[in-house]
Design a protein. Structure first.
Length: 568
């Protein structure tokens, strides 16, 4: 006993006093797969994707299978009642992005979350029927499969249908996640029926979780495609639920929903080309801006996660998020000056007042107020790569954990609370402390601005990195850091994902760092530069694939969560 106590104490001391570089050098080398790999937030979902790959499907077939499986096994974020973005690279080198983000219902109005005095009622855009945008996931999956898949919808939906019909055993964290949301879920009859145990007790690890109504909904999609969701029985159930819970999504809104293929945002950084989601995601624009500013600041001259490295990263992020919040929104509505925002000339000028020894207060970058944001990890990201060279990165969400908390009665799935991603009132922060402007004001049929950042990077024309994450605006910073860890520092997938993260989003004017992992002299130096350093828990939950030469793949699932890598 003394021996094991001694061993634990020595390990702790080594951990506390060893520079982080040495710790990450000890992180185990990841498994390498040659035929295909899936990285997602949940084991059954990764296995569903792997099954499709093994049966001869390509990465797009498998990605669709994973998305539907996550709707069953990760109800807080995986979804058919939400939306998201897909970036894909095909074996013959085509790169495309699909926007299946939710849209504001046609009866939405600019001031729908304000009271008669013009005050923002924050809860209305977060909880209940009025918080939901028109879901995009099912149309997105059907659209992607039709264009790039090789298998029938019935086949790729089968794993999800089985998981819903026969059930699966809850893990400890799945049970905890359901229990922690129980009070809110209980408020809505449809959610009570699915997510609260009939005897009212808490879920335990090992409980069998069966979702018969959801299995029926998935079967309707399998046999009728988008009509199985956007019209007929499912659509009527959604509209009935809207009436019960004060929502405004109509049959016509559902019928008219269409996902959109968009040109990717492309960024060149050293020997890499990154392909990312354009607006209404802000991920691509911010990562492109930050990389250009970091290159100008010669970021590769600085030691990994040193104070000088972090200072440069934070200053580039601060400037970019100020632009994000002001300029970005749905490109189909707001005129977005993409060329100007991403031109080198503009970005060099934007970072030209960088001071190597002094933080630039956010108030001098642009006007704003201080607002804190909440911890959260309720979006999800997954990646699939196959042996043919197809690569898919999908970021998808209900927004908050369990979305609006409203489950469509009889159909068994949760609806999103994505309307909170609009700027409900200029200057008012949303649940992530993000302050929006006119470009992201509510309009009927408009898509709300997002931070989801599915990203595929090529090196010498071959896949190098495919990733994204959960965590609101921290998705952008974590995806950027995962890429840089591999691209600049040569870390393997396990090292790159384990490395401690930082985050800055302009407002609040704080430099967030993950607690415990940064040495006190680094933190003191950053404070000396004038940064308001805030040590917090996990920054984002990410998953990615790193490619070695000849399409050998390393999968990375964040140890900050329950992610799972499945490959062969
Ligand atoms: O699209 C967005 O940016 C947000 N709806 C993402 C929400 C999210 O990541 C929640 N989990 N942390």
């Amino acid at each position: 006993m003394f021996k094991s106590l001694f061993t634990s104490l020595s390990l702790l001391l080594i951990f506390l006093f060893q520079p982080f570089q040495q710790i990450i050098a000890q992180v185990s080398y990841p498994s390498v797969y040659e035929n295909g790999v899936v990285t997602s937030a949940e084991k059954h979902a990764s296995e569903a994707g792997l099954k499709i790959l093994r049966e001869g499907g390509n990465a797009i077939d498998a990605a669709v299978a994973v998305q539907f499986a996550l709707a069953v096994t990760l109800p807080r974020a995986g979804n058919i009642g939400g939306g998201g973005f897909m970036v894909l690279h095909t074996a013959d080198g085509e790169i495309n992005t699909l926007d299946f983000r939710e849209k504001a219902p046609s009866r939405a109005t600019r001031d729908m979350y304000l009271d008669e005095d013009g005050e923002y009622i924050s809860e209305m855009s977060k909880i209940g029927g009025l918080a939901s945008g028109v879901p995009g996931t099912v149309d997105g999956m059907v659209t992607a499969l039709e264009r790039y898949g090789t298998l029938a919808l019935e086949i790729v939906l089968e794993p999800a249908i089985q998981l819903a019909e026969k059930g699966y055993q809850l893990s400890h964290s799945q049970a905890r996640s359901l229990n922690s949301a129980a009070n809110r879920l209980r408020e809505f009859e449809g959610s009570r029926q699915v997510f609260i145990k009939p005897d009212g007790t808490e879920w335990q690890a090992g409980d069998l979780f069966v979702q018969k109504d959801l299995a029926d909904t998935l079967r309707r999609i399998a046999s009728m495609g988008r009509r199985g969701f956007y019209s007929g029985v499912t659509a009527r159930m959604i509209v009935d639920e809207m009436q019960r819970t004060g929502g405004i999504i109509s049959l016509r809104d559902l019928r008219d929903y269409k996902s959109v293929w968009r040109d990717p945002v492309k960024a060149n950084f050293k020997e890499f080309e990154l392909y990312m989601m354009p607006p209404p995601s802000s991920g691509g624009v911010v990562i492109k801006q930050v990389l250009a500013m970091l290159d100008e600041l010669e970021i590769d001259q600085f030691k990994f996660n040193s104070a000088d490295y972090i200072h440069r990263m934070a200053e580039a992020l601060r400037r970019s998020f100020a632009d994000r919040n002001y300029w970005l929104g749905d490109p189909d509505f707001a005129g977005i000056p993409m060329e100007r925002l991403t031109s080198e000339e503009y970005l060099f000028q934007r970072i030209s007042n960088f001071d190597p020894e002094q933080a630039t207060p956010s108030i001098d970058v642009s006007q704003g107020e201080f607002h804190a944001f909440q911890e959260s990890d309720q979006t999800t990201h997954f990646n699939v790569a196959d042996r043919f060279g197809n690569v898919v990165a999908v970021n998808t969400t209900l927004n908050g954990s369990f979305g609006s908390f409203v489950t469509v009665s009889g159909a068994g799935f949760l609806l999103n609370n994505e309307m909170d991603d609009f700027s409900a009132k200029p200057g008012e922060p949303n649940m992530f402390g993000l302050i929006g402007a006119e470009a992201n004001a509510i309009e009927p049929g408009k898509r709300m601005l997002s931070s989801m950042s599915p990203t595929i990077a090529l090196k010498n024309g071959e896949p190098f990195f495919a990733g994204g994450g959960a965590g609101g605006p921290r998705i952008i910073t974590a995806t950027l850091q995962n890429f840089l860890n591999a691209a600049l520092f040569g870390m393997n997938a396990n090292q790159a994902i384990t490395a401690p993260r930082i985050h800055h989003q302009w407002l609040p004017d704080k430099l967030y760092v993950e607690r415990l992992y940064f040495s006190s002299d680094t933190l003191q130096k950053l404070e000396g530069f004038g940064h308001d350093v805030d040590q917090i828990g996990n920054i984002a939950l990410t998953h990615f694939i790193l490619f070695e030469p000849e399409n050998r793949m390393q999968g990375a699932a964040d140890s900050r969560g329950d992610g799972h890598v499945a490959g062969y």
